[in-house]
Design a protein. Structure first.
Length: 390
């Protein structure tokens, strides 16, 4: 690598933002394009040159920009490394911490600029959760950023409320936890006025609210077009769930989500296709969503089995062998590795502790190994009765 071929940091960041803002978001998983490949390789060179911790990591693996010709060869950092190293291309403007751990042991995602995260979060949320382009009364079952400034989920929820919320949008987690009574009042008011609602929060917070509704005998039939986005799955939720989801396979996760969707329909009247589960993590600036609403709008029959997740075209995902880290064929289950261009300011290639497979329909999650550290935005629910670390 020579200085003459090294793109400047500003040039790379500007190209990534243009890509995030302009690449089409379709109703099916997007194929990896030549433009993505070229940009991803330039992002890798940029991060190698400007991210000392990542450059050291690459050195330990014996990889340099000279030896990387394809995106699959870009060295991926395991999520555990975010607890030990500071991966940042410049001076951090924001710090997000993982849940499930606290203090010095928490994973830290440092970002020199929040704009790629904001654009990525809003564009794919809009495509998968708000494809009509509507603005609704948005009710958030997560703490606002003033209470959890280190939560990437709280930051994302704030952007969603700003972009898609109307008058009456509000937060329903305070210093004292989940505001169950106030949330019930807001939903009953929306039903009375015929106001469509966008609900977003952790799965654990919704389940706690449903328990409250059961105890109080509350049933709310929200107006048609209302929808719900939950995140976190059964990680840390106070409901029975398989202890070892990887051994149970994707079926255990989907059975949990089916029960959650049935409960949502029983309590709130929101149909299954309007319940969209999100998969994301602190270490990534992009998220994946159920395709249910997109398929419903396209009048496609629901897929049998687990719902695939829809990721944006600026993310490439592989399943890799957990021992050799070799890329596995389509449909084979392994550890998930993501290459996220929205991570331009930190490190784009991340190997998770999540198992799943990549198919033509999207990403299918299969759980986490029993030995993996407990984490996930549902895990801090007991701390704040609906708070979240992501």
């Amino acid at each position: 690598m020579t200085a003459s071929i090294l793109p400047s940091p500003g040039e790379v960041e500007d190209r990534v933002l243009r890509f995030l803002n302009s690449v089409p978001l379709g109703a099916s998983p997007s194929p990896v394009t030549g433009e993505f490949e070229a940009l991803a390789l330039d992002v890798f060179r940029h991060q190698y040159a400007n991210n000392p911790a990542y450059r050291k990591w690459c050195g330990e693996t014996g990889v340099s920009p000279r030896s990387v010709l394809r995106t699959s060869e870009i060295p991926a950092v395991p999520v555990a490394a975010f607890r030990e190293l500071e991966f940042c291309c410049g001076t951090p403007a924001a710090e997000f911490r993982t849940s499930g751990t606290s203090g010095a042991g928490a994973g830290r995602h440092l970002l020199p600029d929040l704009e790629p995260y904001r654009v990525s979060a809003l564009r794919n949320f809009g495509a998968c959760v708000m494809p009509e382009g509507w603005k609704l009364r948005a009710l958030a079952l997560v703490p606002p950023p003033r209470l959890r400034p280190s939560s990437s989920l709280s930051r994302m929820a704030a952007w969603v409320l700003e972009e898609y919320g109307v008058a009456g949008s509000a937060w329903f987690v305070s210093e004292h936890g989940l505001l169950r009574e106030k949330l019930a009042e807001a939903l009953l008011d929306a039903r009375t006025l015929g106001t469509q609602v966008l609900l977003l929060g952790t799965t654990a917070a919704f389940l706690a609210f449903y328990d409250f509704c059961d105890a109080e005998g509350i049933r709310i039939e929200l107006p048609g077009g209302s929808r719900l986005m939950d995140t976190g799955g059964f990680k840390g939720t106070p409901v029975p769930a398989p202890e070892e989801p990887v051994r149970q396979g994707a079926g255990a996760l989907e059975e949990f989500q089916r029960k959650f969707r049935r409960k949502t329909h029983a309590i709130l009247g929101v149909p299954p296709e309007m319940c969209i589960n999100e998969y994301g993590m602190t270490e990534l600036c992009s998220q994946f969503y159920d395709r249910s609403l997109l398929d419903h709008r396209a009048r496609l029959a629901p897929l049998e089995g687990p719902r695939p997740k829809f990721g944006p075209p600026w993310v490439q995902t592989w399943a890799v062998d957990p021992v050799t880290l070799d890329v596995l064929p389509s449909g084979k289950t392994g550890l998930l590795r993501h290459l996220d261009l929205a991570n331009v300011g930190s490190v784009s290639a991340v190997t998770t502790e999540d198992f799943g497979c990549v198919t033509v329909d999207g990403l299918v999650l299969a759980g986490r190994p029993p030995s993996a550290e407990p984490r996930g935005c549902g895990l801090t629910f007991e701390e704040m009765s609906g708070g979240t670390g992501r």
